[in-house]
Design a protein around this ligand. Sequence first.
Ligand SMILES: [Ca+2]
Ligand SMILES: [Ca+2]
Ligand SMILES: [Ca+2]
Length: 277
Amino acid sequence: MSRLSLTTTLAAILVAVAWLATPAMSQTDVVVKPTSYDFGGVPSGSVTVTIRNDGFSLYEVKIEWQKGSSGNFTSAPATPYWTVLSGLLGNPQLDVKITYTSSGPGVSTATLLVSVSDLIGQLLQVVKVELSGGVEAEPEDPKDLEINIDIKPGGNPNSINLKSKGVVPVAVLTDGNFDASAINPETVTFAGAKPVRWKMTDVDDDGDQDMLFHFNTQDLLDLDENSTEATLTGQTGDGQPIHGTDTVKIVPGSSRPSRAPGKHNGVASTWGKIKAK
Ligand SMILES: [Ca+2]
Ligand SMILES: [Ca+2]
Ligand SMILES: [Ca+2]
């Protein structure tokens, strides 16, 4: 036996083995449409899957949900369901109405199996109808974290004279729930004002580092003579929103004078500072 004919013989044997190992699954005249459908981001909807015998043979068709679980999908007729399709006998087609109902945020999927057999029960063909519906759940907004602030640390009441050309110190205090060093100072706003400077320091002398901000009194545009409290808002370095509120006592009669914005006085080098715009 020549090398060529040996190779050819081995190849023929391999093909024969492969053929024997494959389940006998021949094509039929049965056509399934559509074989996939996405209901998209709607609360409910329906689609008709048509199973049609385009030939003259008799086929038994069975529909069922894969692994028995349809989730948000139902069918009419209900599964499992068998019928015989025959062009000659006048019933070539089965229409299956699939209804999708959302159960909330998130994507649902299901697979309807369409099995086609001959009349002695030999399975000829399996078609999968892949169904999906729903929208991806929106990531929840990070919860706004309440933090502890102290306006005019060490002083009480927190008197503010809106006529003052000076600054108001506001401390964000570190405690068991919050580490003040996590704040991104550039995101901080207090009563409508951006800080003119800040630094880490142990404001309340309890051994941990707090963040001390200074705001120009003239920038506190959210305050007026009737204000009784003021709020600091901002974010941590990784985007967690924060807010803290403390009381204020506005000096009576201290209505706001007009001003030229943007001028700040001498700043120590240890202070952080918003960059000049
Ligand atoms: Ca205070
Ligand atoms: Ca502390
Ligand atoms: Ca402290």
